[in-house]
Design a protein around this ligand. Structure first.
Ligand code: PLP
Length: 382
């Protein structure tokens, strides 16, 4: 258990709620979930499915018709011809991460992952006895992973590379150029799997999403992680999926049987409805996130000594606080206690997050404006 990490977002949320219970007003910029309601037609589809009897166990990898809809959706989105056999549906997208690492990584295998990055990558790799090798993302490179620097981290023990685009916590997007650079470095290393975390791929503010799975030969050794949580405002439903080669899908399904058996049937029917229904509500949410991104970025840029890299996707911004003489943790605590603004320390995303804090802009424009005022006033006093 000592090797297992955690996600501090949930701890900060609990502290913020405790302050609220004592009468303080807190603006929540800590938690990474859309503040919108799940679109009505998706809720209705789940209700209908429940009434129609989708309340029993389903096949472990998912209902055949839902796996087909997911396969078609991902094929169209990524440009790779996935079949239903490539798809495993899970309660949230996180199990795809954990189960594929469990299936593929043995003691001593090395896994390269972005740091700062989603904390569960490092946690899961360490837990299964692998060696988590951080790729330090640097502000001067726009927090992007680059082929040349990646090459230096490869050893003959490397078995997996984890990519995350759009990226949590920096909002960076890996474009064609960076992905080509990464592909060049790993294309002849057929012993290396790629776990491509594309959970934020619907939340892109310019250009189109590109997956490493679309590069020649890569679909045979890539796990595409995606799901409903962020794109359709469905975090609490716990619905995710992965696309992977058949043999790995069978292994992950076996792990699923040992762990959670299957994902709820009515939840799966909600996936089917969401992916095959109208997408205009998703487009509206993305447009609103873009407006909030512009608002928070321009507001933060006006605060002296903060340094901002403009996020291209997801709903996070990761300013540098290096000029304030406080650690990330101290700064996050200070903003929560002193300004009533909840945010996360950069170190919640690994040690290379020191010197940064993460704001989630999954909150209304009105609250973002108020938070900006409070942050500005509090930082003037530092
Ligand atoms: C980068 C990244 N991957 C995966 C997930 C997990 O998504 P889910 O809530 O569907 O398990 C998150 C959630 O915050 C995330 O930020």
């Amino acid at each position: 258990m000592s090797r297992l990490g955690t996600e501090t977002a949930f701890e900060v949320l609990a502290r913020a709620r405790a302050l609220e219970a004592s009468g303080r007003e807190i603006i929540h910029l800590e938690i990474g979930e859309p503040d919108f309601d799940t679109p009505e037609f998706i809720r209705k589809a789940a209700q209908k499915a429940m009434d129609a009897g989708f309340t029993h166990y389903t096949p472990a990898a998912g209902l055949p018709e839902v796996r087909k809809v997911v396969a078609d959706h991902l094929s169209k989105k990524i440009g790779v011809p996935f079949k239903p056999e490539n798809i495993v549906i899970t309660p949230g997208a996180k199990p795809i991460m954990f189960l594929s690492i469990l299936a593929l990584i043995e003691t001593g295998n090395e896994v390269i992952y972005p740091n700062p990055g989603f904390p569960i990558y490092e946690s899961a790799v360490n837990f299964v006895g692998g060696k988590a090798v951080p790729y330090p993302l640097e502000e001067q490179n726009g927090f992007r992973m680059e082929g040349e620097r990646l090459k230096k981290l490869l050893t003959n023990k490397t078995r997996m590379l984890i990519l995350n685009s759009p990226h949590n916590p920096t909002g960076t997007v890996l474009g064609k150029k960076e992905l080509e650079g990464i592909f060049e470095v790993i294309k002849n290393r057929e012993d290396i799997w790629v776990l491509s975390d594309e959970i934020y791929s619907r939340g892109l503010y310019s250009g189109t999403h590109i997956s490493i799975a679309s590069f020649p030969g890569m679909a045979e050794r890539t796990i595409v992680l995606d799901g409903m949580s962020k794109a359709y405002a469905m975090t609490g439903w716990r619905l995710g999926f992965g696309a992977m080669p058949d043999a790995l899908a069978q292994a992950v399904t076996k792990l699923a049987i040992n762990d959670f058996s299957c994902t709820s049937g009515f939840g799966q029917k909600a996936i089917e409805a969401a992916l095959s229904g109208p997408q205009d509500e998703v487009d509206k949410m993305v447009a609103e996130f873009k407006a909030r991104r512009d608002l928070i970025v321009s507001g933060l840029k006006q605060i002296p000594r903060l340094s901002i890299t403009e996020p291209q996707g997801a709903f996070y911004v990761f300013p540098s606080i290096k000029k304030f003489g406080k650690s990330s943790r101290e700064m996050a605590d200070y903003l929560l206690e002193g300004a009533g603004v909840a945010c996360l320390s950069g170190t919640a995303f690994g040690r290379f997050g020191e010197g940064y804090i993460r704001f989630s802009y999954a909150n209304s424009q009105e609250n973002i404006c108020r938070a900006l005022e409070k942050i500005k006033t509090a930082l003037e006093k530092v």
